[in-house]
Design a binder for this molecule. Structure first.
Ligand SMILES: Nc1ncnc2c1ncn2[C@@H]1O[C@H](COP(=O)(O)OP(=O)(O)OP(=O)(O)O)[C@@H](O)[C@H]1O
Ligand SMILES: [Mg+2]
Length: 383
């Protein structure tokens, strides 16, 4: 069976749709129990209870889809039974219909407030009763199936993420070995220019895979709140400069110039590795999407640091803006437009910003292009 079929199959512990609805009729009047049971028996499996205590005992022992509950009973009232049943059952797993002889709004209101889904005023039309009970039974069973499918989907997503993390983790060691091997060839061997070019290409490709794998691992850990921030007083100008240097070669190859105005020192208490990776992602995007100049700026104001990366590309398309920072948020649209992208870079940037109590935003740049801003508090507050 495929994973999708597995998810869509009703789980073993849930009743199939084809099974008859299970109904509990609770009323101290035996005649009424009999009347209602007869009306429902054609389509439902009916159990009767003559008191609150008996009803609660039966509900504890078996799972019902619908409970028809009289309000006025000696001893515990139907309203109390209703409250107890609601407390004991998962939301949406049981429908409760109050049966009342009192057609006054006060009791209707009390019944609904106690958690009833509906009420019927005696004497009621038995065909209407049957239709309502079958309708509620269907809704309850559909909700059970949906809940089971949501559970199964959550487990699948967890499994997928765990497998991704495992594969990514196992890729790293061989990748490090490939990088080291290429680096020592580059350093120790006498190479023809074309050979050197090929070794460099191999190194750049290995670095790209390494970055992508680090991003995936960090996203997984940040999403699970399992990546403790290692915050330290960091020179933000130096950090940004380092990130700019990382993309300088790619920019140069495209003829893109990166302008970075260095002002007075700006420090903040951040996790330098994560913030540097976030900046590299913003800069790599800017280089990929621009033909002109990229302006990088670091400012400090009002207890926060703002690093902005402004390019002269086509700007972020409007249809991408809503989901730009979501995980894989851009992938569906990019696919539709036959463009490529993992849709992970900006998600990582946002996770890093949020982990620091900061944020990331994007604006159309005046004169064309996009401006991304990473905003980080100067001082880290531990949660
Ligand atoms: N500076 C930019 N100018 C225009 N569009 C941009 C810019 N930065 C990002 N985008 C758009 O947003 C999309 C999502 O960016 P994101 O960095 O999340 O993923 P990606 O670059 O496609 O892949 P990766 O996960 O490798 O970074 C990009 O594919 C691109 O269409
Ligand atoms: Mg990117």
């Amino acid at each position: 069976m495929t994973l999708a079929a597995e998810v869509l199959r009703p789980p073993d512990d849930e009743p199939e749709h084809s099974e008859r609805p299970r109904v509990l009729v609770v009323d101290d009047e035996v005649d009424l129990q009999e009347l209602v049971s007869r009306a429902l028996r054609k389509t439902c499996d009916v159990t009767t209870a003559g008191s609150a205590i008996q009803a609660l005992e039966l509900a504890r022992r078996s799972a019902f889809d619908v409970v028809l509950l009289d309000i006025m009973m000696p001893g515990q009232s139907g309203l109390e039974v209703c409250r107890t049943l609601r407390r004991q059952s998962a939301p949406g797993s049981l429908a409760i219909v109050m049966l009342t002889a009192l057609d006054d709004s006060e009791n209707r209101w009390k019944g609904l407030e106690a958690g009833a889904d509906d009420y019927l005023v005696k004497p009621f039309d038995l065909r209407e009763l049957s239709l309502r009970v079958n309708h509620f039974a269907l809704v309850v069973r559909q909700q059970r199936v949906i809940r089971a499918q949501v559970r199964a989907l959550r487990e699948l997503v967890e499994l997928r993420d765990d497998l991704t993390a495992l594969v990514v983790h196992d890729l790293r060691n061989p990748l490090v070995a490939v990088r080291l091997a290429l680096q020592s060839i580059e350093l120790d061997c006498v190479l023809e220019p074309e050979q050197r070019e090929l070794v460099n290409l191999g190194l750049r490709s290995a670095n790209q895979v390494m970055d992508a794998t680090s991003d995936l691992l960090q996203i997984r850990l940040l999403e699970a709140n399992r990546l403790p921030l290692r915050c330290e007083e960091t020179d933000l100008l130096g950090l940004t400069l380092g990130a700019v240097e990382m993309v300088r070669l790619a920019a140069h190859e495209k003829g893109v110039d990166i302008r970075f105005e260095i002002s007075s020192a700006i420090a903040a208490e951040v996790d330098p590795t994560l913030v540097r990776r976030a900046l590299e992602n913003l800069l790599a995007n800017a280089v990929r999407h621009t033909q002109g100049t990229i302006d990088v700026e670091v400012l400090s104001a009002g207890g926060r640091v703002v690093v902005s990366v402004a390019d002269r590309g086509d700007g972020v398309p409007d249809d991408l803006k809503d989901n730009l920072f979501e995980k894989f948020g851009s992938v569906a649209l990019l696919k539709k437009n036959a463009r490529r992208g993992h849709g992970l870079g900006l998600h990582l940037v946002r996770l890093v910003a949020q982990a620091h109590g900061g944020s990331v935003e994007v604006d159309d740049r005046e004169g064309g292009g996009a401006t991304f801003r990473l905003l980080l508090p100067t001082h880290h507050r531990t949660a």
